[in-house]
Structures are given as structure tokens and as C-alpha cells.
Design a protein around this ligand. Structure first.
Ligand code: ADP
Ligand code: MG
Length: 344
């Protein structure tokens, strides 16, 4: 493979750091399972509008290709090689940032986890994916109390159930073109599925972008409740499963943007006034270390002034800090929305 061509319009972090020297140095390397630099950067080359442009195929990727992954990680998370990642799953006392239920529609916290000993979704074989699904489902079926639920493989979901789950954001669909080029959609929809608790507030996606996406949902701004459920589920699952983890980078994930806590804690929030001043909202979110996504997830449009606002940083920050960042940020954003409405 020759040094890739990056277009002028490409602003990916990959382009910024993949020098010819690094490319030549890493070009012939492979992890034990056979993952190459070419595999890692395929999505970033096919999709010139990628943000990061690079994926890991297994745990070892982060060591073998550290020369390119480290600067990308440093750039995205402001996390250098001598920083350490720490976890803190204690639940802070937090009131609802929107007690009148005027702005926040729902809260969603998700944690990405991969099970040790298996390649990540861009590189896993069909056979391993199937084994992984059985292992995960066995552990999920042992959850009790409010977490008790059932698993449905995607290829067994009826059309009507699919429509309903899609509407309520409980299910996942085939990955977008970025994930597709990374190899995540291979053998779709085999060995993928959704675990749903009886009250539908606890959800686990099996074999989506990571082996597990552990999700907790609440109506309105009940952040503390949603986080508490995530913490209980993690401590139960950790007794049954061993997750890919590095002392330095925390929990290891297929996309480097999810390293560390693997956590994205966010809300769907309706902000009609700030919607008219989108640039201002983007700047405010940035200064609060928050990220804004579209109404239907990453790289989708904002509909009816409903934004998905969540913590941007996941590495070098504890889970408790992710929640606090979201909480204090939401207070500022709601205050700004109210001030703009009052000026009318
Ligand atoms: P992630 O990769 O963090 O899981 P995505 O951006 O891929 O998130 O979105 C996954 C799905 O979750 C999308 O359907 C999105 O609309 C939904 N979602 C995200 N945040 C919320 C929220 N606060 N409430 C309800 N659904 C949400
Ligand atoms: Mg996603």
C-alpha cells in the first residue's frame, strides 16, 4: 500500500499525524491476530470527511500502532503518554437540571465495553462474533432486579417490533459509511442483538460498534438515576465478564474517541431560541467541554430544535466527572436559553 492521498478538504486527526515516516515505519506491522495499519485507516481514507479516521481491530492495536494512535488520542482527549486514566463510579447527588420539564426530553448514558480475548468489531470473524454473543448473553441473562430482561437477536426481530424499537431509540441499525468502511458491518445482522430490561430503561447492544454498548435511559433530566443504574449494571457484569482494559488508556474501544470511560452521558434537549443562534450554542458547548449531535445520533440533522448534548471527553476524566460536566453544562445552557426567551 502506498502513502494515502488526503484531499485538501480533509480535516481528520489521522491526516494531521500520519506522516510519511510513520506510515513507512508502521506499514509492515501486524498485531498477533493480523490487524494492519491499512485496516486501521481504511475508513479514514475512504471517508475523507472523517473526524478521527482511524479504528482499532483488537487490544494490541493500541501498542503495535502507538506511533499513530498516541498523537490521535492526545489530540482528541488532550491526554499524553505520561497521563493516567482513573475510574470513579461513585454517584454524585444531582438534582434534575430541568425540574419544570421544559427542555430535557430524555437522558441516555452509554458505556462502551469490549470483552477481553476477542478482536474488536472492525476485525472480528463471524465465528468469534457468534461465540462472543453467547458469552455476553449468558452474562446478561444473570442480571436481576430492575436489570432483569431478555435478549432478542436482530435477525429475529419482527418488523412491527423493529419499528417500535426504532422510534424509541432502543435498537441499532446497520452502521453508517464510516463504520461500514472500517469493517463493522460485515456479516450483518448475524450475531447482533438487543438486551432489554422489563422496564426498557436498561439496554445492552451486542456487537454494534463495540462488543457491548451498555445503556441506561430515563425520561426528562433524571441524570442521577440513569447513572446509578449504569453503575449497578457495570458492577454486576464485571463479575461475569473480563473487559479489555489498559492501565494507561482505561477501557479499550474500537474507536479511539471512546477510550477511557467509554462513556457518553447526554440528553435530548429542545432549545428553540439557541437553535436560532447555532454558532453561539456550538461555542458555548465547546467551552463547557460538551459535544452536540443530531436528533437521531452522530452525523444526523437537528430536527424540531432537539439537540443531543453529551460529554465530549471520555479519557483522562472519571465517570463521575463526565456526569458532573454534563450537569453543570446543562445548567448554563438552560440559563442561556431562558435569557434569550426572556429578551423576546
Ligand atoms: P452512541 O454512539 O453514543 O451510542 P449515537 O450517536 O450512535 O450514540 O446514537 C445512538 C442512538 O441513541 C440514536 O438513535 C440517538 O438518537 C439515540 N439517543 C442519543 N441520545 C439520546 C437521548 N438522550 N435520549 C434518547 N435517545 C438518544
Ligand atoms: Mg454510535
Amino acid at each position: 500500500m502506498n502513502y494515502p492521498e488526503f484531499s485538501k478538504k480533509n480535516h481528520s486527526i489521522l491526516k494531521k499525524y500520519l506522516t510519511k515516516n510513520i506510515f513507512d515505519h508502521l506499514g509492515s506491522k501486524k498485531t498477533k491476530s493480523g490487524f494492519t495499519l491499512h485496516d486501521a485507516i481504511r475508513s479514514g481514507i475512504i471517508n475523507q470527511d472523517s473526524c478521527l479516521g482511524i479504528y482499532a481491530g483488537d487490544t494490541e492495536t493500541y501498542q503495535v500502532f502507538a506511533e499513530i494512535f498516541n498523537p490521535v488520542i492526545n489530540d482528541y482527549h488532550c491526554f499524553t503518554s505520561d497521563n493516567f486514566h482513573e475510574s470513579d463510579l461513585s454517584v454524585p447527588k444531582l438534582s434534575n437540571p430541568d425540574p419544570e420539564h421544559e427542555y430535557i426530553i430524555s437522558t441516555r448514558i452509554r458505556i462502551a465495553r469490549n470483552i477481553a480475548g476477542f478482536a474488536f468489531t472492525p476485525f472480528i470473524s463471524a465465528e468469534e462474533r457468534k461465540k462472543l454473543e453467547s458469552k455476553a448473553v449468558k452474562a446478561l441473562k444473570l442480571l436481576d432486579n430492575d436489570l432483569k430482561g431478555s435478549y432478542t437477536p436482530l435477525d429475529e426481530i419482527s418488523e412491527s417490533q423493529h419499528l417500535l424499537f426504532n422510534k424509541t431509540n432502543l435498537i441499532f441499525n446497520k452502521g453508517d459509511r464510516f463504520q461500514d468502511a472500517a469493517g463493522i458491518n460485515r456479516d450483518w445482522p448475524e450475531s447482533r442483538g438487543v438486551f432489554l430490561s422489563q422496564n426498557k430503561k436498561f439496554i445492552v447492544w451486542v456487537n454494534e460498534e463495540d462488543h457491548l454498548r451498555i445503556i441506561s435511559m430515563e425520561k426528562g433530566g433524571e441524570i442521577e438515576k440513569a447513572f446509578h443504574r449504569i453503575c449497578v449494571s457495570l458492577s454486576a457484569l464485571e463479575k461475569k465478564l473480563v473487559f479489555s482494559f489498559s492501565r494507561h488508556l482505561g477501557y479499550l474501544t474500537s474507536c479511539p474517541s471512546n477510550l477511557g470511560t467509554g462513556m457518553r452521558a447526554g440528553v435530548h434537549i429542545r432549545l428553540p431560541e439557541l437553535h436560532k443562534k447555532k454558532e453561539g450554542l456550538l461555542k458555548l458547548a465547546d467551552s463547557l467541554n460538551l459535544q452536540i449531535r443530531g436528533t437521531h445520533g452522530e452525523k444526523t440533522r437537528i430536527e424540531k430544535a432537539v439537540f443531543d448534548i453529551s460529554n465530549r471527553q471520555r479519557l483522562g476524566i472519571t465517570e463521575r466527572q463526565c456526569i458532573q460536566t454534563l450537569y453543570t453544562g446543562l445548567l448554563s445552557i438552560i440559563e442561556m436559553e431562558k435569557a434569550l426567551a426572556a429578551r423576546k
